[in-house]
Design a protein around this ligand. Structure first.
Ligand code: 13P
Ligand code: SF4
Length: 302
């Protein structure tokens, strides 16, 4: 009898499908994916792959972004309830209010956001390109949505611009505290501290490196250090350990897992290909509006 993995491989060929997976999904899902990466890599890859069907192993904003950028492709989600809570943590009324107050403002929307929020924004960013894009914008005023921590981190690197913040956050990264990191550092004094910019500023201040999931993996892989404290979701350990069998990686807090990313299972990937229960749909009108900031991101991040 065929195993689930064999079924996935067969169905993928039969349906001319490609599997994209984020670093936070379970390791066994990353292993069957055609491409694994951070949010920027995956949204760019979605525009480059020749297959006409994409199975997106991640959370809903990732599948929606792939669909917005590729309206002629079919985007399948293994679990339609895998949502990023931060994606909803901003509102259109506030955007309109800020636009009135600062007519030349650029609304910079972290890709971890709903399609509606993107549709009301000027440019999208991810953690790996936000700095480059904010610097490249001609605008003096920046309204950064929805993540306050990433916004404040970027603002600290671009002091010449005026930022307006929004109070969104990621509960997974918020659960990593300064005290956790100091305690872990006391236990492993030689370990380098690698931090995702969704963490709070007091945690970022303790970092040896701050970057996206792929930035963290590249940093550890290229480093001479042998021990690392990982301040992001622990799905990254799969690639970190695969690429660096001689190095040691440690978590710092007890809730470093994103329950939504972990909803993706091998059986759901198989069922997504077999029965297509969750096909991403975005209405043409909203899609056209949301496509502009995403395309602008791809352009400015080049
Ligand atoms: P990256 O873009 O760094 O992969 O981050 C995505 C994410 O959801 C972080 O919580
Ligand atoms: Fe959203 Fe946080 Fe999960 Fe990333 S880790 S998908 S920001 S809840």
């Amino acid at each position: 009898m065929e195993s689930v993995i064999e079924e996935i491989k067969r169905l993928k060929k039969e349906k001319n499908a490609v599997i994209l997976a984020h670093y936070y999904v379970e390791g066994e899902i990353q292993d069957i994916a055609d491409y694994v990466g951070d949010s920027y890599f995956l949204s760019k890859k979605a525009t480059e792959v020749p297959e006409d069907t994409i199975v997106f192993c991640g959370v809903s904003f990732m599948g929606e972004s792939a669909k917005i950028l590729n309206p002629n492709k079919k985007v399948l989600m293994p679990d339609h309830l895998a949502n990023c809570p931060m994606a909803l943590m901003a509102d259109v009324e506030k955007i309109e209010q800020v636009r009135k107050e600062y007519p030349d403002v650029a609304v910079v929307c972290y890709i971890n956001s709903t399609t509606e929020l993107k549709a009301h924004s000027d440019v999208c960013v991810t953690s790996s390109n936000a700095l480059r894009i904010v610097k490249a914008l001609p605008n003096e005023h920046i309204f950064f949505i929805p993540d306050e921590n990433l916004g404040r981190y970027i603002a600290s690197l671009v002091p010449e611009k005026h930022f307006i913040f929004n109070d969104g956050f990621c509960h997974v990264h918020k659960s990593i505290t300064k005290e956790n990191v100091l305690k872990a550092k006391a236990a492993k004094p030689n370990a380098k501290v690698l931090v995702h910019p969704e963490c709070t500023l007091d945690v970022l201040e303790l970092a040896d490196y701050i970057g996206s999931t792929s930035g963290i993996i590249d940093y550890a892989t290229n480093s001479d250090a042998k021990e690392f404290l990982i301040c992001t979701e622990l799905g990254v350990l799969h690639q970190l350990e695969k690429k660096n069998p001689d190095k040691k990686f440690y978590s710092v807090a007890i809730r470093q897992l994103c329950p939504n990313m972990k909803k993706v299972t091998l059986e759901k990937v198989r069922d997504a290909l077999l029965n297509e229960p969750y096909v991403v749909t975005v209405s043409d009108e909203v899609r056209m509006q949301a496509n502009k900031p995403l395309e602008r991101m791809l352009e400015l991040a080049k």
